[in-house]
Design a protein around this ligand. Structure first.
Ligand SMILES: Cc1cc2nc3c(=O)[nH]c(=O)nc-3n(C[C@H](O)[C@H](O)[C@H](O)COP(=O)(O)OP(=O)(O)OC[C@H]3O[C@@H](n4cnc5c(N)ncnc54)[C@H](O)[C@@H]3O)c2cc1C
Length: 78
């Protein structure tokens, strides 16, 4: 494929061309969550791409913080 592509994009068929990994997107699965990212199962929080709520590193990280803060506040209230 790269050899043929080289005809229209010269240079692509080079030993310096890095082939990127296959990306599988799981975010089409969408779980019903509260705004604190808690699922229908009490105290079970779901974050990141697997929950279908994020599509990148920053959003996935922030979703962890959102759930973590809620968990921390519940623990504090015990
Ligand atoms: C090739 C590629 C390039 C990307 N480039 C970018 C980019 O440039 N910028 C960007 O913002 N996003 C990018 N993304 C998307 C980004 O990587 C994801 O959105 C992000 O990593 C999702 O974070 P996550 O914590 O939800 O899931 P993940 O990072 O996938 O973490 C899930 C973790 O759970 C572990 N796990 C799975 N099943 C189990 C199990 N049964 N038991 C225990 N552990 C388990 C996995 O090993 C993994 O460590 C890219 C993704 C891919 C695949």
């Amino acid at each position: 494929m790269l050899e043929i592509l080289d005809n229209i994009a010269p240079g692509i068929f080079s030993r310096h061309t890095l082939l990127y990994g296959v990306e599988v997107k799981f975010y089409s699965h969408r779980i019903k969550l509260t705004r604190h990212l808690e699922s229908d199962i009490g105290n079970l929080f779901v974050v990141g791409d697997g929950a279908g709520i994020t599509r990148g590193l920053i959003q996935a990280s922030i979703s962890g913080i959102v759930a973590g803060k809620e968990i921390a506040s519940r623990l504090k209230a015990l």
